[in-house]
Design a protein around this ligand. Sequence first.
Ligand code: PLP
Length: 368
Amino acid sequence: MCLSRPELIKKEIGSIAEYVPGKSIDEIAGKYGLDPSSIIKLGSNENVLGPSSLAVNAMMSVTSGINLYPSADAMELVDALSVYTGLPVENICASGPGMDGLLDNLMRLILSPGDEVIVPTPTFSYYEIASRANGACVSYVLPGEKLAFDIRSIKESITDRTKVIFLCSPNNPTGKVLEEAVVRDILGSVNCFVFVDEAYVEFADNDLSHLVTEYDNIIVGRTFSKVFGLAGLRIGYGLMPAWLKEQYMKVSTPFNVNLPALKAGVAALSDKAHLQKSIECARSGRDYLKSKIPFTVHSSQANFVLVDVAPMSARTVAEYLLAKGIIVRDCTSFRNAGNSLLRITVGNQHQNEKVVAFLKEIKAKIKM
Ligand SMILES: *Cc1c(COP(=O)(O)O)cnc(C)c1O
């Protein structure tokens, strides 16, 4: 017998579409009969160089202590983040699981049923999930020419019920950044929070974190999942005005950052060589991909490139690459992304060459 009682769940959950993750190695190995070790994973923007060995060692050194709760405020990690960002500890909250956990805690803190949030599309889908789960309505803003942010439409979408504007810079999946002057203009003219997602900021030319000591309504989200190569540990952090941190700490789930993650995070921040190498790898690799891929490639300031494979569908091309053991992200599930966009994480040189070779192959096939 299969029973269900949907009336026991909050009514706003019913219409939420589940988060669509990039495909995993095990899933693709099984589906295409491939050796898992031969698969190249360029679908989730992880660090292709792996984690810092300092982080791995730090994590391993505390495993016998995991019968005890970790520090309640993760102060050791907050202190290290203060050095890394140049901001006072009063402006920093470490979070788990990942930046997603930060978003969850924040939306629980900020949103009530009937509130509105603004999401410029296409973008990361967890903003709308965290907002809608707390009863907010989402205004989705269409992109402008060449997938640029349409600042005018974003501003025109603001109402007196707007509580949060989500800005992702560099944006996932477009790779585009927002100019500081544009963000300052929005911050100064609105009566709501502006959440700036800087998951990929280390790969970009500009960084907006210093604005948190200047404005009382900005929150910057960061993560250890991308440049620091610790996606499996699920650690993030938020930079925010000191008054907001006080409120945030009241509702954050206790012991938010687990012990191995906390130690690995501190060590990863100290490994400047790994950080620098990871940034170099992404920057040089994205230039290579942009110049060699035989389709339209959007300029990116992140560790991925967005490729428009029209007139083919992203699904066709993604499946062609999957069958060859290369996982890339078909962006069809991103709201307002159309069906011809493919997001490809920048790999190492060997991986990038393979991607280019297979894309040339499929392009030649459709011309025949
Ligand atoms: C990967 C990603 C995140 C999530 O980061 P976690 O710390 O792994 O939860 C947040 N925002 C964007 C834009 C991302 O691409």
